[in-house]
Design a binder for this molecule. Structure first.
Ligand code: UDP
Length: 489
C-alpha cells in the first residue's frame, strides 16, 4: 500500500444464466460496488435484455461509477424457453458457446490483461469448472460461488464416495434407504433426498461427469462463497471446510444486502427493487393488503421448474379444497406443452375467484414479507427457501430438481419448518399438508419458523453477524490478493 501503482481491484462476476444465480450475484455485486470495488457483471444477452425490460438495474447501477455490465451470447435462440425440462440445451450452450467466448474475453479480449481495464479477481458460479484453469493461467485469483444450498454442495462433493459405497446409482425401490456416504447428513438424508441428478442410473451421463469435474476444480480456487450461515447450516459448512478451508458464509445474502443498503444512505432508495426476469405484478400486493394476517398460501415453483396439466389440476384442487386463500405466481411457460395457456378447471373457477389471486410473476421477497402470508408452497429452490426462512414463513415443499430434493428434506427434518411432499402429487396430500401447517400444527410450525428466522437475522446483524464479518473479510481479501497478482501491475 502507499505505492502509487496500487489500483482498485476489478472483480469479474460470472453467474449461471438463470434467475436465482443472477439475482444472488447482482446483490453481491452491489455490495462490492458500495465498498468501492470495480465490478464487471457478465450476463448473457438474453438475461440482460430481460433485466433491462423488467427492472431498473441500469439506473440503479449507474450510481456506482466502477460498475459495468458485459454480455455474452448463451447459444440459444431468442424464443428458447430456457426451462428445467430443457436444461441440457442450457448446459450445451454454456459448453459450446459461452465457454470459448469467455476464454477469449479473458485471454485476449476486453477483460484481459491486454485491455484498458483488466480483470484482477474472478467470482464465478461453481458450475463453471473451466474457470479454475483459466484463472490460474492468467494469474487471477478466483473464488467460486455455487448458489445452491451448502448441504447439496456437500452431497456433490461426496459423489465419488457415494459411488464407492454403491449408494449411487440407486434404484427406485431403494429411494427410502438412508444414505451413509454424506457425512453429517446420515440421520436425515435418504436416497430420494439426494440431488436429483443422482437419480441418473448412468454414471457416464454428462451431468454426472460435469459434477465430478466441478468438485475437483472448486477446491483449487482461493475460496468459496456460500449463501448461508453457520447458524442455519453449521454442520454442512464445517464438512465442506475440510475440502475448502477458506469459506465466506455471507448468507442469507438477500437479507445481508438489504441490511447493508439500509445502513447506506446513498442506496436506500433501491432496497425495494427486484432483479426479476419477468415483470413483477404489483396488483397482488394490493390484494394481499386486503387479506387477514397469515391467511394466504403463496404458491410458486420458481423460474425453471415446469409441471404437467395433471399436476396443475391436482395442486389446484388440493389448494381449493383446503378452503384457504391463495396467491399463485403462475409463471408463463411453467405448464408443460401449454404455451402459456392454462384452463381453470371449471369446477374450481368460483372458489378461485372468491379466494385466489393468480398472476404471472411477483417480487417474491416482498410477497413473503407481507403479513398476510401464512404458508409458502414452493419448489424448494435455495433462494426461495432462504427467503421463506428469513420471513419465518412455513413451507410445503414440492421439489423439482438439482438441490431442491435436498433442501426440502432439510426444511422438514432439520429445521422442522415445513412438510416435504417430494415425489407425490395428489390433491388429498396437498390439502392435508395445508391443513396440518395452517390449522392442526399451526403453533408448532410458526414457532420453529420464527426460531430459524431469528437465527437468519442474527447472521446478518451489523454487530457480530457472521455474514457481515465474512463479507468484510471477502472485501479485504480481494484487495489483498489483487495487490499480489501480476495482472494488477
Ligand atoms: N422469484 C420471484 N418471483 C416469482 C418467483 C420467483 O422474484 O414469482 C425469485 C425468488 O425470489 C428467487 C428466484 O426467483 O430469488 C428463484 O430462485 P430459486 O433458487 O428459489 O429457484 P429457481 O428459480 O432457480 O429454481
Amino acid at each position: 500500500m502507499g505505492n502509487n501503482k496500487v489500483k482498485s481491484p476489478h472483480v469479474l462476476i460470472f453467474p449461471l444464466p438463470l434467475q436465482g444465480p443472477v439475482n444472488c450475484m447482482l446483490k453481491l455485486a452491489e455490495l462490492l460496488a458500495i465498498n468501492g470495488l470495480h465490478v464487471t457483471f457478465l450476463n448473457t444477452d438474453y438475461i440482460q435484455n430481460c433485466l433491462l425490460k423488467h427492472t431498473h438495474v441500469q439506473s440503479r447501477f449507474e450510481n456506482y461509477p466502477g460498475f459495468r455490465f458485459e454480455t455474452i451470447p448463451d447459444g440459444l435462440h431468442q424464443h428458447h424457453p430456457r426451462t428445467a425440462d430443457k436444461f441440457v440445451d442450457i448446459t450445451n450452450g454454456i459448453e459450446e458457446v459461452m465457454r470459448p467466448l469467455f476464454i477469449e474475453m479473458l485471454t485476449n479480449g476486453n477483460l484481459s490483461s491486454k485491455s484498458t481495464k483488466p480483470v484482477s479477481f474472478i467470482i464465478s458460479d461453481g458450475f463453471y469448472s473451466f474457470a479454475a484453469d483459466l484463472a490460474k493461467d492468467a494469474g487471477i485469483p478466483l473464488v467460486y460461488f455455487p448458489t445452491i444450498s451448502p448441504c447439496a454442495q456437500w452431497a456433490f462433493f461426496c459423489l465419488p464416495r457415494l459411488i464407492d459405497l454403491a449408494e449411487v446409482p440407486f434404484k427406485e425401490e431403494d429411494y427410502d434407504r438412508k444414505v451413509s456416504g454424506v457425512p453429517g447428513a446420515e440421520n436425515f438424508l435418504r436416497q430420494r433426498d439426494l440431488p436429483s441428478y443422482f437419480r441418473n442410473t448412468d454414471l457416464n451421463h454428462p451431468i454426472i461427469q460435469c459434477i465430478l469435474k466441478e468438485i475437483q476444480q472448486i477446491p483449487r480456487s482461493q475460496g468459496l462463497i456460500l449463501n448461508s450461515s453457520e447458524l442455519i447450516d453449521g454442520p454442512m459448512i464445517s464438512q465442506i471446510s475440510t475440502l475448502c478451508p477458506n469459506i465466506y458464509n455471507i448468507g442469507p445474502l438477500h437479507s445481508l444486502h438489504k441490511s447493508i443498503l439500509l445502513s447506506t444512505q446513498k442506496a436506500s432508495s433501491h432496497i425495494n427493487s427486484s432483479n426479476s426476469l419477468w415483470e413483477d405484478d404489483k396488483s397482488c400486493m394490493t390484494w394481499l393488503d386486503a387479506q387477514p394476517q397469515k391467511s394466504v398460501i403463496y404458491i410458486s415453483i420458481g423460474s425453471l421448474a415446469v409441471m404437467t396439466v395433471d399436476q396443475l389440476k391436482e395442486l389446484w384442487h388440493g389448494i381449493v379444497n383446503s378452503g384457504k386463500r391463495f396467491l399463485w405466481a403462475l409463471r408463463p411457460g411453467s405448464i408443460a406443452g401449454e404455451d402459456d395457456k392454462y384452463a381453470i378447471p371449471p369446477e374450481l373457477s368460483e372458489a378461485t375467484k372468491e379466494r385466489g389471486c393468480i398472476v404471472s410473476w411477483v417480487f417474491q421477497e416482498e410477497v413473503l414479507a407481507h403479513p398476510a402470508i401464512g404458508l409458502f408452497l414452493t419448489h424448494s429452490g435455495w433462494n426461495s427457501t432462504l427467503e421463506s426462512l428469513v420471513e419465518g414463513v412455513p413451507m410445503i415443499c414440492w421439489p423439482y430438481f438439482v438441490d431442491q430434493q435436498v433442501n426440502s428434506r432439510l426444511v422438514q427434518e432439520v429445521w422442522r419448518v415445513g412438510i416435504d411432499l417430494k415425489d407425490s402429487c395428489d390433491r388429498v396430500t396437498f390439502e392435508k399438508a395445508v391443513r396440518e401447517i395452517m390449522e392442526d400444527k399451526k403453533d408448532e410450525f410458526e414457532s420453529s419458523a420464527s426460531k430459524i428466522a431469528k437465527l437468519a437475522h442474527q447472521s446478518v446483524a451489523d454487530q457480530g453477524g457472521s455474514a457481515r464479518y465474512n463479507f468484510n473479510r471477502l472485501v479485504e481479501d480481494i484487495r489483498e490478493m489483487t495487490q499480489r497478482t501480476p495482472a494488477h501491475d
